[in-house]
Design a binder for this molecule. Structure first.
Ligand SMILES: Cc1cc2nc3c(=O)[nH]c(=O)nc-3n(C[C@H](O)[C@H](O)[C@H](O)COP(=O)(O)OP(=O)(O)OC[C@H]3O[C@@H](n4cnc5c(N)ncnc54)[C@H](O)[C@@H]3O)c2cc1C
Length: 470
């Protein structure tokens, strides 16, 4: 438990916010404390009220699972939502840091260019934002101009792979290029310009450029209406004023079914009968249903035993087809006054992929740092103090909040980054149901894949499929 003497947490306790086992807090005075307060902790349905059978079981209470559960329960389906963590929100959760301040431990930025999340936000009256004025550099226009039309002919319909391929047969060929391959094609750039471009592109996903399909970046460019100047505002400028946890709670509030938290699913078995899919939890409890929606992130699906097993191709897609972006997140409060929107230089052997000032909280500037997993950020004061060696010089750290997504057993990193050729080889396979088990989530979306908006987009697709089947 956090001690009241360490930080001004009285306001949190007054609001009776519970403590998650996840994340850590570091202060100059008290060092590391593990676990963080969040409103994302909500009670499970009392066990005697649970039923052995349901129409649909949904695994995972991130935005995809919450949305599918809400929409299926709206349509009268008897549903059970099962979540491994002690909280809702999955790869998004908000931690209060003072009476009027908070930090986002995972997914943060949204934009009206991302239609599915924006429409959901408006539905709940939550479309008020705080600005991060992070001044990302624009990507070189020539990088995207693979077709002499700024990439426009390659991805005519960014939310519909099938329609795009129908319109443009070369779509799948372009996906075979890695980012490394694409940079090598740019004859007009000097070696130095290429090196700078590669360093910039590497900060997008934090995985080797030869393992990232060029299409992963071109797709985001297409979603930004082929305007390189939109990429930064559309992806890292607007934070939810009320926080992602408030957003997730608003969706949960409308959900009408049962729910179990703090219980990882360990196996999914399919047989015949009225309720052919049975889901077993780590504690041995078992529930059966007509269909199951798994929103478990691709990086960690292999922790679940499937009977019958997943096809060899699907298993290959989930393992060698993708590279997990193993990025950790650190939020640092410094008393050093810095302008909002300042990029902090992360050069050489620094463990940080990117960092920038992310708002002023009282007398403190908030810095957001995305870190490679190679150092144990949560193990020594020196690791946190590394922030003080970044430029501009003179930044001191008073306190920090972190979530090591790379070590997270229910996320396995920020997202799975697709390698060259993924679309042709695996895309269809991973999106089709495995018997009565449907795979869903931001990792599976066509459009804003890897973003919060993608979780909604894919939940709508899979909810539709399940309603058709049952
Ligand atoms: C550090 C970080 C920064 C990001 N920044 C942004 C951003 O700024 N903007 C943006 O749009 N997106 C961002 N994202 C991505 C965004 O957060 C995700 O794409 C989105 O939240 C995924 O939602 P989801 O519901 O598909 O998956 P998740 O949120 O991962 O939900 C899946 C759920 O399944 C649960 N689960 C896993 N295994 C099991 C099991 N065995 N049994 C039961 N439950 C299980 C998990 O605990 C989780 O709650 C970021 C992500 C991270 C980690």
């Amino acid at each position: 438990m956090l001690s009241l003497e360490t930080v001004d947490y009285q306001h949190i306790y007054r609001r009776k916010i519970k403590q998650s086992q996840e994340g850590f807090h570091w202060t100059t005075k008290y060092g590391f404390q593990y676990g963080l307060p969040t409103a994302a902790i909500v009670p499970s349905t009392p066990k005697p009220d649970l039923s052995p059978t349901y129409d649909v079981i949904i695994i995972g209470a991130g935005f995809a699972g919450l949305t599918a559960a809400r929409d299926l329960s709206f349509r009268g389906k008897k549903t059970l939502l099962i979540e491994a963590r002690d909280r809702i929100g999955g790869r998004c959760w908000t931690v209060p840091t003072g009476p009027d301040t908070q930090v986002e431990m995972g997914g943060t930025w949204v934009h009206w260019q991302q239609p599915h999340v924006f429409s959901e936000l408006q539905q709940y009256g939550m479309d008020e934002f705080e600005e991060t004025v992070a001044g990302g550099e624009d990507c070189e226009v020539v990088f995207f101009d693979v077709d002499g039309q700024g990439g426009r002919s390659v991805i005519p319909f960014p939310f519909n792979l099938e329609a795009s391929v129908k319109q443009n047969a070369e779509y799948l060929d372009v996906d075979k290029l890695s980012i490394e391959d694409r940079v090598a094609q740019l004859d007009g750039l000097t070696q130095e310009e290429k090196a700078m471009l590669k360093a910039h592109l590497a900060s997008f996903y934090g995985v080797p450029l030869e393992k990232t399909s060029f299409m992963e970046v071109l797709r985001v460019h297409a979603l930004c209406n082929f305007d390189p100047g939109m990429m930064e505002p559309a992806t890292m400028k607007y934070k939810l004023a009320e926080g992602t946890t408030a957003f997730a709670l608003a969706i949960l509030e409308e959900y009408k079914g049962d729910r179990i938290f703090g219980s990882p699913v360990s196996s999914i078995k399919q047989s015949d009968g009225e309720f052919p899919v049975s889901v077993t939890l780590k504690n041995g409890d078992r529930y059966s249903s007509e269909a199951v929606i798994s929103t478990v992130p691709i990086n960690v699906i292999s922790s679940i035993v499937f009977d019958p097993p997943l096809s060899a191709l699907r298993q290959e897609a989930f393992s060698s087809g993708v590279t997990p972006a193993r990025t950790d997140k650190l939020l640092v409060y410094t008393p050093t006054k810095l302008n909002n929107g300042l990029n902090i230089a992360c050069e050489g052997d620094m463990p940080y992929a990117s960092s920038f000032t992310d708002g002023i909280h009282g007398n403190h500037t908030l810095l957001t740092l995305l870190a490679h997993p190679d150092i144990s950020l949560d193990r020594s004061d020196e690791n946190i103090r590394l922030v003080e060696t970044l430029r501009p010089a003179g930044v001191t750290v008073d306190s920090a909040y972190g979530h090591l997504w790379s070590d997270d057993p229910y996320a396995g990193g920020v997202m799975p980054v697709r390698g060259p050729g993924f679309l042709e080889k695996y895309h269809e396979e991973i999106r089709k149901p495995h018997g009565r088990v449907y795979f869903c989530g931001s990792d599976f979306a066509d459009g804003w894949r890897g973003f919060i908006s993608g979780a909604f987009e894919d939940a709508y697709r899979v909810t539709r499929e399940v309603l058709k089947a049952c």
